[in-house]
Design a protein around this ligand. Structure first.
Ligand code: MRU
Length: 356
């Protein structure tokens, strides 16, 4: 099955697929500076929580690799600046901060072992590559746990794009669907277009179509109708940040899908890596919600579709844990009470094997 490659570390630099131009064209850029990577995250060249984490790690590695620092101390202050620039790109997806913390931790380990700058640079590049490799293995494990919960046949629904484009692996929510299909389940995916940025119409439809997975594209205001009449067996979405009690931030529109799912007795699942957990916040109230440009609401592909009026664009919403039937992670499945099950999974040391 086709798997998109949104980001890759190469000898020439970090090669990123421009997701803004999909599905019309597949354009790649090669970045050699961390500020370029930061701009790419901010401007949604690359997006999706885990993929943003991989990009931030690679951006930090690029920054260290091309730094002109001559001493460990000079490099240390540059690393702090590099990570700050990358951290300021998007506020909601916690994977970004998780990846930067990990890169900072690795820098501290390396500098406690050696003062050879070449070795430190090499070690930072290796860490970013390792994070990417782990994402792939993580997605596959999430897929295996989640596939068990998919129906043997029939329709499932997702939201936004939680596929390979969003994770740099096989996808979290779409990874679950992919593994279920590989196991022989006969699934058909209902894909809400996901206004205003159209990640469903542009990216999920593109990914599923290229992988040969049957789908039907619907507009966001058809969700209720299909949940009531469409014999949907399950809904699975990704997540940008999961609070300690299981409240989950995901792409705007996810909350209303979850509420409609409950009303229509359709199980609503989240698929996300442990790196998306933020156990430092007790509930969803504390999750910062990114406000994006209203031009993404008033315009479609640069064409104005509304008069010049006030508009709003919260890019994410929070679904309360009570609407979530289970959360699939690479370490297992969390169920209510999530404050216990998520903490137990986060503490479990089981790690996933990585393959190149
Ligand atoms: O604004 P985006 O496109 O970065 O938002 C992405 C989402 O909301 C995804 O559903 C989420 O990151 C999960 S991706 C595995």
């Amino acid at each position: 099955m086709y798997v998109a490659q949104p980001i890759e570390w190469t000898d020439r630099g970090v090669v990123v697929l421009d997701q803004r131009r999909l599905p019309a064209e597949e354009v790649h850029y090669t970045y050699t500076g961390y500020r370029e990577v930061a701009a790419a995250i901010r401007e949604m060249v690359i997006r999706g929580a885990p993929a943003i984490g991989v990009a931030a790690a690679m951006g930090a590695a690029l920054g260290v690799l091309h730094s002109s620092a001559k001493t460990v101390e000079a490099l240390r202050s540059e690393v702090a600046e590099i990570c700050e620039v990358l951290a300021k790109t998007r506020p909601t997806a916690v994977d970004l901060f998780w990846a930067l913390e990990r890169m900072k931790r690795r820098f501290s380990e390396l500098t406690s072992q050696t003062s050879d700058l070449a070795k430190i640079r090499q070690g930072m590049v290796a860490e970013a590559q390792q994070i990417h490799l782990e994402k792939k293995a993580t997605d596959e494990a999430i897929g295996r746990f989640g596939a068990e919960f998919m129906p043997r046949e029939g329709q499932v629904m997702t939201q936004c794009n939680a596929g390979a484009l969003a994770t740099a692996g096989i996808g979290s929510a779409l990874g679950v669907i992919r593994v279920a299909i590989e196991q022989g389940r006969k699934l058909h995916v209902l894909v809400p277009e996901t206004r205003p940025y159209l990640q469903g119409a542009r990216l999920t439809a593109w990914e599923l179509h290229k992988a040969g997975i049957p789908l039907t594209l619907i507009t966001d205001n058809m969700v209720g109708h299909f949940l009531k009449t469409g014999k949907v067996g399950a809904i699975v979405t990704g997540a940008d940040r999961i609070a300690a009690n299981g409240d989950t931030a995901n792409k705007i529109g996810t909350y209303q899908i979850a509420v409609l799912a409950k009303e229509n007795n359709v199980p609503f699942y989240i698929a996300a890596p442990i790196s998306t957990l933020d156990l430092s916040i007790p509930d969803g109230e504390r999750i910062p919600i990114e406000e994006r440009s209203v031009a993404e609401v008033t315009h479609l592909q640069g064409v104005r579709i509304a008069p010049d009026v006030h508009a709003a664009h919260p890019a994410f919403d929070v679904t309360a844990a009570r609407y979530i039937a289970a959360i699939f992670t690479e370490r297992g499945v969390a169920r209510a009470p999530f404050s216990e099950s998520l903490r137990a999974l986060a503490a479990s040391s089981q790690s996933v094997a990585t393959t190149s």
